[in-house]
Ligand binder design. Structure first.
Ligand code: SF4
Ligand code: SF4
Length: 120
């Protein structure tokens, strides 16, 4: 019995997947990567106020939004709170990271007099 189990384990495929080389298809409604649409953000702070894990920080005077991926629990409260539709949770898995990623943006681009984009 024992020998049979050992041989089965030796020659059967592993039950786990070697992520990220092989990723399972996300199930319907999976809440994955948080994405911000920085062009429409007015730095109102509603997303940060609703975030239960304090993963978002908004500084209104300097028009800066910071997002901490390691604190985020993918609850989607920020997406529900943002009335401008600037936050979305995409149905994808995060690739593993080895260092704490820093995500921050500030001051939505404004149109220059010649119609091109410039930053404030
Ligand atoms: S992402 Fe939405 S809720 Fe958050 S600061 Fe920008 S506009 Fe406000
Ligand atoms: S998904 Fe939830 S935990 Fe992550 S930033 Fe949005 S509100 Fe915070």
């Amino acid at each position: 019995m024992m020998l049979r189990r050992v041989l089965e384990n030796l020659f059967s495929k592993p039950a786990t997947r070697p992520f990220p080389r092989t990723a399972r298809e996300p199930v319907d409604g999976y809440r994955g990567a948080v994405e911000f649409n920085r062009e429409n953000c007015v730095f109102c702070g509603a997303c940060a106020l609703r975030c239960p894990s304090k993963a978002i920080e908004v500084d209104r005077p300097s028009k800066t939004l910071k997002f901490d991926l390691f604190k985020c629990i993918q609850c989607a409260c920020c997406a529900e709170a943002c009335k401008r539709g600037c936050v979305q949770l995409r149905s994808v898995y995060h690739a593993p990271v080895f260092e704490k990623p820093e995500f921050e943006f500030s001051g939505a681009p404004v149109l220059a007099p010649d119609g091109g984009q410039t930053s404030e």
